[in-house]
Design a binder for this molecule. Structure first.
Ligand code: NI
Length: 275
């Protein structure tokens, strides 16, 4: 890996800045750090993308954190203020509106799709994946998986996974058993496919009340950092609540993120209802 003379000279310059910086920072002055940052900002793109320069700048803390888009509160790297909004049983007629809304609010969510809906709305699956949503498996037939044999459960999961993989380019890592009906066989079948089970901490009962104000109130009031919230994107009244939910969570200092962001490395076969 070569490094141009120009880049090397800049690395040295950054190093000089830095040696002054660390000592000065220890004496509670931020000025040299700011000067070094400003200097780094002025470097041409091709220099900044040099691996050596990149590493040095990162070590010295000169790289700005990625800018967050409008509306989004800063999310800690370890997601300490995150909540996962999850939507089951689609994708269906209202899902496009929901995706538009999430995009406009720069928020993430997760979708547990049922096989036939996923198949007939394949374009939405791709859009979900492309926009950073987690696409999870909610089975093929929406039966109570805890009533089925291992082979039957494995088939329910595999058929759903195939549709998801075909349309998003990757196999899902999350399975949500319909009705939350699970048992050790279901957990083992999911685990054998490298998947974890996603249950929930907050049940909005959105399907029952079909009342956007109520759904919003429950989701916002009951959510705490790390929680998984259950909803259903097949109901217009649920999608109607989402804007209010995102605003309400952010007002509490919480940030709606995908399940993959909330729990980046789920243990296969394990059941999660929160982080
Ligand atoms: Ni369901």
């Amino acid at each position: 890996m070569g490094i141009s003379r120009r880049a090397a000279a800049l690395v040295v310059a950054l190093g000089i800045f830095a040696s002054g910086t660390t000592q000065a920072s220890a004496q509670s002055s931020q000025v040299p750090q700011d000067a070094a940052k400003n200097f780094y900002r002025t470097l041409p793109k091709e220099v900044k993308s040099n691996p050596v320069v990149k590493r040095v700048a990162k070590d010295l803390g000169l790289v700005d954190k990625p800018k967050t888009r409008a509306g989004r509160t800063a999310t800690a790297a370890d997601c300490t203020n995150c909540v996962a909004l999850t939507f089951d049983d689609g994708p269906a007629g209202h899902t496009t509106r929901l995706l538009d809304l999430l995009y406009a609010k720069n928020a993430e969510a997760s979708f547990f799709v049922v096989g036939p809906n996923a198949r007939s709305n394949a374009g939405m699956l791709k859009r979900m994946a492309d926009s950073g949503m987690t696409v999870g498996n909610h089975s093929m037939t929406h039966r109570q998986l805890n009533q089925l044999s291992y082979q039957q459960v494995a088939q329910e999961i595999q058929q759903g996974n195939d549709i998801i993989q075909r349309n998003t380019g990757s196999a899902p890592r999350w399975m949500r058993p319909p009705y939350g009906a699970t048992n050790p066989t279901v957990a083992r079948a999911a685990g054998d496919k490298g998947m974890a089970l996603a249950m929930w901490q907050i049940d909005t009962l959105d399907w029952k009340y079909r009342d956007p104000a109520r759904t919003c109130r429950v989701a916002v009031n009951e959510s705490q950092a790390g929680d998984i919230v259950l909803m259903h994107d097949i109901h217009a009244t649920t999608v109607d609540a989402v804007s209010c939910i995102i605003d309400g969570l952010r007002a509490k200092g919480l940030e709606p993120v995908s399940l993959d962001r909330l729990i980046p490395k789920p243990v296969p076969g394990k059941t999660y209802s929160r982080k």
